[in-house]
Write a protein of this length. Structure first.
Length: 277
């Protein structure tokens, strides 16, 4: 079957999210989702469908994707428009499992990167833990205990950096693409970005010039760059604005291979340093 055929299949093969199964193998869309699932269910086999260094919203499912979905007991995505391919891929695979869109109910398609905010990551982790506990009651206490530990680490980061952001002399960060809206909303910050929420399209010379001028006028000395977006855009803006480029994690891929909470804390620290610079 050719790829264009299986993506055109009807959606009726997807069971509603009320189906109950024991999640021995869990298929997830991308790295951040996988990291949170592993925090809650360390003994589960977690299969990440999207290859590293591939944008979740630009991914095109393959026969390998369908095979992985067929063997999974649970399918976890972020939702909110991050994986527009997921519904048709699940239907084409003829899967009979539970599907959790973990970030739905937090944020929206206008700002789908919930996991980059500590509050969003906590929301996703709780939904994952609740789903696993419901599907596998024998391990419910384990899932809830793991959730408590993960949630506690995120709460510490919220408290620590909430104070730093509240005291920061500036409240606006400049990024390569608009992935940090949920984080900014949580902490009362604002983001200005070269590219839109899904990094679609090349920025115009006029837009770059306007943003560079704004950076100069507002004392911005840091432009954040993400590994999933061409660094050339951030580098050009930084050069025009007289600023430095600092990497920041989107957790859409494994990036430097560090754990979820490590990358979350690194992001928060780099943002706090930029706002104080």
């Amino acid at each position: 079957m050719q790829r264009r055929d299986f993506l055109a299949l009807p959606l009726c093969a997807v069971l509603p999210a009320t189906a109950s199964v024991v999640p021995k193998t869990i298929a997830v869309s991308f790295n951040a989702v996988a990291e949170i699932v592993r925090q809650i269910a360390p003994g589960a086999t977690v299969v990440t469908l999207i290859p590293d260094k591939t944008e979740p919203h630009d991914f095109t499912p393959t026969l390998k994707t369908l095979k992985a979905l067929k063997t999974a007991a649970l399918f976890v995505t972020a939702g909110n428009g991050m994986e527009p391919w997921a519904e048709k891929a699940a239907a084409a695979a003829g899967v009979r499992h539970q599907w959790l869109r973990a970030a739905e109910g937090f944020g929206s398609a206008a700002e789908p990167h919930a996991w980059l905010a500590p509050a969003g990551a906590r929301f996703m982790a709780k939904r994952i833990a609740d789903t696993l506990a419901s599907a596998d009651a024998s391990k419910a206490d384990t899932y809830r205990a793991r959730l408590e530990t993960f949630d506690g680490g995120l709460r510490i980061l919220e408290e620590t950096y909430g104070e730093k952001f509240a005291a920061a002399p500036r409240k606006t960060i400049v990024t390569g693409h608009a992935a940090f809206g949920a984080l900014c909303d949580q902490f009362g910050l604002e983001q200005k970005s070269v590219e839109d929420v899904f990094a679609h399209g090349e920025p115009t010379v006029k837009k770059l010039a306007e943003l560079a001028r704004w950076c100069k006028e507002n004392g911005v000395h840091t432009v954040f760059s993400e590994s999933m977006v061409s660094p050339a855009v951030s580098e050009t803006l930084a050069r025009e604005a007289g600023a430095k480029v600092v990497p920041i994690f989107t957790m859409e891929s494994s990036e430097d291979g560090s754990p979820f909470l490590t990358r979350m804390e690194a992001n928060l620290k780099r943002i706090a340093d930029a706002l104080a610079d």
